[in-house]
Design a protein around this ligand. Structure first.
Ligand code: IKT
Length: 368
């Protein structure tokens, strides 16, 4: 495959790490990145090291981390997303007035009020767009996809969204995406994503799948600061919390909750899109998929081993369970961003073959 020129929307934890991991992968050139306040575009390839250094510990405007401390004023571009601004405005904020934060702190960054539109304006020369945007406003990512489609973007869009209900919102826009020539790969992080693909592979031995259990363990190797967005998003899955309450929590409230649990949060029956994505791919019913896990906010060690167990019946009547296990030392960062870029490449292969529409991770594996 020729070189893939890609853009990253959002330079919070996921956006920055994807840029970093991309440097270790063949054939990927980062040509554009944006956050709430700025945009960096260089069609011959961004200086990723400089960009990472400039944005490190300086993620005020990283829209992926939906949930930071100091809400900053959102730009019109994000504000025009009717509500998403509130989400993006929370972006991991450590920015003080007058201080350069996020992409504008990079020598390649330009301030802008319309970061997404600025990338759209350059999208003729971009093969793939990775949406490392916050996920707390459910229709935000679908609406960003719509904006690219309305501008006749032809190429790949990929996200690492989590919630099951978002997939339907993307499906509702599938005709528009197809008309434009977009191959949209949704839920392409770890879960959903890597682990959904693993379940699809493990299911191949069976003629009927009874149950899929995804149990993940995460220790925050890169620390809490860099993962505020994902921690807040996970809190929304705890008993007594939902998206609105998690979004409304102050940083102090989050820290108090973490203290109450001695730093270890356990989740059961999470609304993670592995379920609808496996059903969509014809593997099993969504209700037979269960996702849960343990997050240790204070340790870089995984509190439990990440496993995917697929139970089913073989053609000759045996019932078995295939288990896929991740190594305890591979970090969440490696398990989210590596697969996301792998799915991005698979998306580009499909896009170049003229396959447009909405694809989940299980659709890019052997058929069931
Ligand atoms: C995600 O980012 O995909 C979801 C997070 C869990 C990641 C699992 C990684 C497993 C591993 O590294 O062993 C969490 C639900 N936010």
């Amino acid at each position: 495959m020729d070189d893939i020129r890609f853009a990253v929307l959002g330079t919070g934890g996921i956006g920055r790490r994807t840029l970093e991991v991309s440097q270790h992968k063949d054939g990927l050139t980062a040509v554009a990145a944006c956050d709430r306040n700025g945009v960096a575009i260089d069609h011959s390839g961004l200086d990723v090291d400089e960009l990472l250094e400039a944005t490190e510990g300086n993620i005020a405007s990283g829209p992926e981390d939906a949930s930071g401390t100091t809400p900053a004023t959102p730009t019109d571009d994000y504000a025009s997303d009717g509500g998403a601004a509130a989400v993006e405005g929370g972006g991991g904020g450590v920015k003080q007035h007058g201080e350069q934060a996020g992409i504008v702190a990079s020598s390649q960054g330009e301030p802008t009020d319309t970061p997404i539109d600025d990338i759209i304006a350059e999208s003729d020369a971009i093969d793939a767009v990775l949406l490392a945007l916050p996920n707390l406003e459910h229709d935000f990512i679908p609406r960003v996809a719509e904006r690219f489609a309305e501008a006749d973007y032809e190429g790949v869009m990929i996200d690492v969204l989590k919630r099951s209900r978002v997939i339907g919102m993307l499906d509702d826009r599938e005709d528009l995406l197809k008309e434009s020539g977009i191959t949209f790969v949704c839920g392409a992080g770890a879960t959903p994503g890597f682990l959904t693909g693993a379940a699809a592979l493990a299911a191949q031995s069976f003629v009927e799948v009874e149950e899929v259990e995804i149990w993940w363990g995460v220790g925050l190797k890169s620390g809490y600061e860099d993962n505020r967005g994902t921690v807040r998003e996970d809190i929304a899955h705890l008993d007594g919390y939902d998206i609105a309450t998690a979004r409304g929590m102050s940083e102090e409230e989050i820290e108090a909750l973490i203290d109450e649990h001695d730093g270890v949060l356990e989740f059961h029956d999470m609304e993670h899109a592995d379920d609808v994505l496996l059903e969509r791919a014809g593997i099993c019913d969504a209700e037979d998929v269960h996702v849960g896990g343990v997050l240790d906010v204070r340790s870089d060690e995984k509190p439990t081993t990440t496993t995917v167990s697929v139970t089913g019946t073989t053609f000759d009547g045996e019932t078995g369970t295939n288990t896929f296990e991740l190594d305890d030392v591979t970090s969440m960062e490696a398990n989210v961003n590596g697969p996301a870029l792998g799915y991005l490449k698979a998306g580009v292969r499909n896009n170049r073959a003229g396959h447009y529409g909405v694809f989940g991770p299980a659709d890019l594996m052997p058929g069931f």
